[in-house]
Design a protein around this ligand. Structure first.
Ligand code: URA
Length: 219
């Protein structure tokens, strides 16, 4: 199955209670071969209306932050852990995550990004497989089995708490450093070889997750 086929497959998904309240499934947007992917929590009101992730206020901030580090929305891929809007934007429930997360992992498997940026607590915990606070792990690099995970604060958090705007911008500046290091590593590595993890790895002050948590694609 390719990415478009997965989107079609989920178009009328009825696997959890969120199906009854949504306007539409919000699958994802951007370059299906992106090297960098951004993952948020769940669609909000505007995303549910338009069928595109991050188009409301948090999305506008995300677009600006991407541009501030030389990235455009069309070159990256943007998705959420949960594909349907929870009623009144409540937090997704554990069984909703259980049901929907495999589709995010399938998207990652099909897009094959080198770097996945999780936005906020929810996406970070889902991808790390660990209950860690975003303020502890933001701006650090985690080498997982198939990609590098880089957690950042969620733009919506910075909109609600003005004091997080500076730290969020700092996270994007760190992201730029990570991207520069990846580009540098690629110029030093033959095209057919995977990116050498060492320069990225050495930035992390937190140990890599244990092996059980690193195999994201176990079925
Ligand atoms: N917040 C998210 O986590 N995802 C969106 O798509 C919009 C806001």
């Amino acid at each position: 199955m390719n990415l478009a086929e997965l989107g079609t497959f989920l178009h009328d998904c009825q696997q959890c209670r969120l199906a009854s309240g949504r306007t539409q499934v919000v699958f994802g947007t951007g370059n299906p071969q992106a090297r960098i992917m951004f993952v948020g929590e769940a669609p909000g009101y505007y995303e549910d209306q338009q069928g595109i992730p991050f188009v409301g206020a948090a999305g506008k901030l995300l677009t600006q932050l991407l541009e501030s580090v030389g990235l455009s929305r069309s070159e990256v891929y943007i998705a959420n852990v949960i594909k349907c809007r929870p009623p009144n934007n409540r937090d997704p429930l554990p069984d909703e995550v259980e049901t929907c997360k495999p589709y995010l992992l399938q998207q990652i498997q099909l897009i094959k990004p080198k770097l996945v940026c999780s936005l906020g607590n929810f996406a970070t915990q889902a991808l790390l497989g660990k209950k860690v606070g975003i303020t502890k792990v933001r701006g650090q690099v985690f080498q997982l089995s198939d990609f590098v995970l880089f957690p950042l604060l969620h733009p919506a958090a910075a909109l609600h708490q003005g004091n997080l705007q500076g730290p969020l911008r700092e996270d994007f500046q760190k992201l730029k450093q990570v991207l520069d290091e990846m580009a540098q590593a690629e110029t030093e590595t033959p095209a057919s070889s995977p990116v050498a993890p060492s320069p990225l790895h050495s930035q992390s002050s937190i140990p890599s997750p244990p092996p059980a948590q690193m195999d994201l694609f176990e079925s």
